[in-house]
Design a protein around this ligand. Structure first.
Ligand SMILES: Cc1cc2nc3c(=O)[nH]c(=O)nc-3n(C[C@H](O)[C@H](O)[C@H](O)COP(=O)(O)O)c2cc1C
Length: 212
């Protein structure tokens, strides 16, 4: 096996310049996202980190399901660990890492539940089996074995046979409203480009270049 300490990639693919940056980070996100969209796998996968005093820091991947002018939307179980932490502390971070493009995007912000109506609308668009699994899964709780989970799935399959599947009351969306977003483009010899957008009181975005 190769020594981990000797694994090294030099980032030469691209660069990010002041002159090419959009004035709004959501627009800049769209520019980058559109470039990676059809090229990489799981471009919508993002690491969501939450913190609460009782559980500490916790990170996991969730999928971006909608980008709005003021935030990033994902869906989950409102009884999960992440939701429990969000209830106690709405300050979260999101992180996208697109290695093929040698890019990282870090987002800090406040998270809020989206409307019940919006969650219902999205739930309707999910594949039927994903709708059933939302009913079968008490996300983040301990289960005895796989059999228990599959039995629950089959029970709900039977229950909803030939019926429209309603959204479980404990399932829905969150929107992360950013107060800062950093775009990182890997460069040669670790001389990376980093630009941090910070939202100021008048809702204007200030852009600063950061040292790599
Ligand atoms: C590629 C990928 C996509 C995922 N998408 C979601 C998602 O959109 N929503 C979600 O609740 N969990 C998603 N998960 C599962 C979470 O990472 C995590 O296991 C789950 O939400 C429970 O997290 P928690 O116990 O910290 O609340 C995804 C995992 C992976 C690896």
């Amino acid at each position: 096996m190769k020594k981990i300490e000797n694994l090294r990639t030099d980032y030469k693919r691209d660069q990010l310049n002041e002159s090419s940056l959009a004035s709004c980070p959501i627009e800049q996100f769209k520019l980058w996202f559109n470039e990676v969209l059809d090229v990489i796998i799981e471009p919508t996968a993002m690491v969501l980190s939450t913190y609460s005093q009782n559980k500490g820091v916790s990170s996991r991947v969730v999928l971006l399901k909608e980008l709005q002018q003021d935030g990033f939307i994902f869906y989950t179980n409102y009884n999960s660990l992440k939701s429990e932490q969000i209830k106690l502390n709405p300050c979260v971070s999101l992180l996208f890492f697109w290695p093929d493009f040698q890019r990282q995007i870090r987002i800090n912000g406040l998270v809020q539940k989206i409307s019940h109506e919006s969650s219902v609308n999205y739930f309707k668009k999910r594949p039927r089996k994903s709708q059933i699994s939302a009913w079968a899964s008490s996300q983040s709780s301990v289960i005895k074995d796989r059999f228990v989970l599959e039995a629950l799935f089959h029970d709900f399959e039977k229950k909803f046979k030939n019926k429209t599947i309603s959204k479980p009351p404990y399932w829905g969306g969150y929107k992360v409203v950013p107060n800062s977003i950093e775009f990182w483009q890997g460069r040669e010899s670790r001389m990376h480009d980093r630009f941090l957008y910070t939202k100021h009181q008048n809702n204007k975005w200030i852009i600063n270049r950061l040292s790599p």
